[in-house]
Design a protein. Structure first.
Length: 742
């Protein structure tokens, strides 16, 4: 309904006035019974004001918008059956868009329902101003969500069909091409989803005519050349069928329908063949006149009669009687081998089904017995529910639509019918049933034949999922499944597996470290993971679990990294060895009471020392010095987890060291606490620490899992005597099972 203005207001030419009044008279006849008292007089007065007052501006094609509105309204009534509210909205739309009247004026004069439709059309207009890419499915969905009311979409489709009819001879080729592309990419698919097959075919044919002129007229000429022989063939084909159906006492009529030009062109492109290579140029439609309760029986009776006469192609059977399409389409399609060895498609349906097929949604509503609500609800989640009333169509009900163009229907062993998008696999079905079924799926029994979980579901399959407790989800499964539901469940299962594998690998690593009497330092391990070029820790743990990484090699690299690591700890200051007294005899010298001095056994002046992070020595600890590669000294506790390995491999780099003076500086130490996860236990631990004089709690990190907690407490403390006393107090806290100094 987008109107692009370009010309000044004009006087209504007499020929256009006559045409407008003629169209208005036809509309009045069609929808008069649905109009409310006063509607017709107000609308006639409004249109006369527009025509007499020079309020009209031609669109970009030079077409009269009032005539276009009347033509669209008439098409809407004829093709969809919509009446009063929709027709009034179409006729008033131009006036609202050109600010001649407001939506509030419309609501006052014609009611809320008409105003609602106009509001939806206005929102669509605003959406178009943002220059969206109309070729995308996302835009179709956005358009539908913006429409607010189902009738807005029907009006838009009808408007585009009418516009495509009127622009045949216009000179603005660029604008016509743009309108035609939108018709092909946007409006034809919408018409298809709504079951408006007649309008869909017309949009496609006209788009092809304007966009690929040569191809359109080539096929049109070929169809004209073959029409006589084609008609003769159809007559020859249906004559014996008619006789058999009459003998069976059925009420029916038969139509021969040539495929649309667009459909033939698509087949030529898909099959890469000439016009002559398209074998199914036409279809025969057998339309039965029978009561609703006998529809299926009579349709299958016709099927039996036809297939007795002509050989059917079982691969081309389409049963939309038992399971109608989501847009309401019902029919039975078969392809048989007719005279001259030509394949002929036959569509078997009833009068009711034929009207639904031709006129889509609106016709479908007529045959339902419940009146639904007005409005559009939840169009964007796979299944769309369209509810419409207030147009005088008493037979309306919830009508479902699926975003997927094609669907497959499969049965469970119990006979339940499940629907999936075309291309869905056994794995999709397994995850649809339950996450656990999906994650342990190894295949299925389809129609009593065992298949893998990659098998693509086909309509009519009876599927029994097979599982194994040894199966677990893999990342490549994401490329097998089709539905977003299955993908989401696989991703969740993969995350859970990663967590389990990570915990298992972490326990393996910690056990190995403990066996070699090496304390595992988390920060060094994180550096090691990065140094081994892993982007994620989970991948590192996975390779450990799978055996791709040797744990002993990991430990060796961990030790190398730890020894070369030069981050300063303790008070975070590098100190010169000149601060020490290197001779044992100097140990008894009077020192300043605030100094913590290390006494080592060699004169190593000018060398910096650091307190090792692996064991965090504090005043009073039994210590030794280790000469690093860079020439500095690292001070380790004698019971350092790495002490044995250093003495064994690098004994020549060990120097003796001991504390001298009195401990008055504070040192950072970390305690690992393990216990039963209970309410208040963390508070009890921190309370004890806070009550201690000259103790500072720098950080606390607690992780709870399966009823146990494991945490690290980092504390600033003076010396090991106070540390021992603190550990004793913490051990008596209820629930604490183990406390170790890291």
């Amino acid at each position: 309904m987008e109107t692009k203005l370009m010309e000044p207001k004009f006087d209504f030419p007499s020929d256009e006035r006559i045409e407008a009044l003629s169209l208005y008279a036809k509309l009045k006849d069609r929808v008069g019974d649905s109009l409310l008292p006063g509607d017709e007089q107000k609308m006639r007065h409004h249109l006369m004001q527009l025509m007499d007052g020079n309020h009209v501006i031609r669109n970009i094609f030079g077409l009269n918008p009032i005539l276009l509105s009347l033509q669209t309204a008439l098409l809407l009534v004829e093709e969809t059956g919509l009446k009063r509210d929709s027709v009034l909205a179409v006729l008033l739309h131009y006036s609202v868009m050109s600010d001649f009247i407001t939506i509030n004026d419309v609501e006052r004069d014609y009611g809320q329902s008409v105003a609602r439709i106009l509001h939806g059309l206005h929102r669509i207009q605003e959406l178009y101003k943002k220059n969206p890419v109309v070729e995308s499915e996302n835009f179709r969905n956005l358009l539908l969500s913006f429409a607010e009311d189902m009738r807005v979409i029907l009006i838009m489709i009808s408007d585009r069909v009418n516009l495509m009819r009127q622009i045949r001879d216009v000179e603005n080729d660029e604008a016509r091409r743009e309108v035609s592309q939108e018709a092909a990419y946007l409006y034809a698919p919408l018409a298809h989803k709504l079951g408006l097959y007649k309008l869909k075919s017309e949009l496609e044919d006209l788009s092809l005519k304007y966009l690929e002129h040569d191809a359109y007229y080539l096929i049109k000429e070929k169809l004209s050349e073959t029409k006589k022989s084609r008609d003769a063939y159809i007559d020859n084909f249906i004559k014996p069928i008619s006789e058999k159906l009459q003998q069976a006492g059925l009420q029916f009529h038969i139509k021969g329908r040539t495929k649309s030009i667009h459909s033939i062109w698509q087949k030529m492109k898909k099959q890469k063949c000439s016009f002559e290579g398209v074998y199914d140029l036409f279809a025969i439609r057998i339309i039965l006149d029978c009561p609703i309760e006998k529809e299926k029986v009579n349709c299958w009776q016709v099927y039996s009669i036809v297939t007795d006469m002509y050989q059917p192609n079982p691969k081309r059977l389409r049963d939309w009687l038992s399971v109608p399409k989501s847009n309401g389409y019902e029919s039975l399609h078969i392809t048989v081998l007719g005279p001259e060895q030509k394949w002929v498609e036959i569509q078997i349906r009833t009068e009711r089904m034929d009207e639904v097929a031709e006129r889509g949604v609106a016709a479908h509503w007529r045959y339902k017995g419940v009146k639904g609500e007005s409005g559009l609800d939840e169009w964007l989640t796979g299944i769309r529910q369209m509810l419409e009333a207030s147009d005088g169509l008493e037979a309306m009900d919830q009508f479902k639509m699926d975003l997927y163009e094609d669907e497959v229907y499969v049965f469970t062993p119990k006979g339940d019918l499940l629907k999936f998008p075309k291309g869905a696999s056994v794995l999709d079905m397994a995850y649809h049933i339950h996450s656990k079924i999906g994650s342990t799926c190894v295949g299925a029994r389809v129609n009593d034949k065992v298949v893998s979980f990659r098998y693509l579901l086909q309509s009519g399959d009876q599927v029994e999922i097979m599982t194994s407790s040894n199966q677990k989800p893999r990342r490549e499964w994401l490329n097998i499944v089709k539905t977003s539901r299955a993908k989401a469940k696989i991703r969740l299962a993969l995350k859970e597996t990663q967590v389990k594998e990570g915990l298992f690998a972490k326990e393996m690593i910690e056990r190995k470290f403990k066996n070699r009497k090496i304390e595992l330092e988390e920060s060094v391990m994180q550096q090691l993971v990065k140094k081994l070029h892993f982007k994620e820790v989970s991948e590192f743990y996975r390779q450990v679990t799978d055996g791709q990484l040797d744990i002993n090699q990991v430990i060796d690299k961990y030790l190398e990294l730890q020894q070369s690591e030069r981050i300063i700890t303790g008070d975070n200051q590098a100190r010169s060895a000149e601060e020490f007294v290197y001779d044992d005899t100097l140990a008894s010298q009077k020192l300043h009471p605030s100094d913590d001095v290390l006494v080592i056994d060699r004169n190593l002046k000018g060398i910096d020392y650091q307190l090792a992070r692996c064991c965090n020595p504090i005043y009073g600890d039994d210590v030794f010095g280790f000469v690093t590669v860079s020439g500095g000294i690292k001070i380790h506790r004698s019971d350092c987890p790495n002490a044995a390995e250093m003495r064994k491999r690098f004994g020549y780099r060990i120097v003796r060291a001991k504390w001298s003076g009195k401990g008055s500086s504070q040192y950072s130490i970390t305690l690992r606490v393990i216990g039963v996860d209970d309410i208040g236990i963390v508070n009890n631990l921190t309370s004890i620490i806070s009550k201690e004089e000259k103790l500072v709690l720098r950080s606390i990190n607690i992780d709870s899992h399966d009823g146990l907690f494991r945490g690290n407490l980092t504390i600033m403390i003076d010396d090991n005597t106070k540390l021992d006393a603190l550990i004793k107090r913490l051990r008596v806290v209820k629930g604490v099972k183990q406390i170790d100094r890291i």
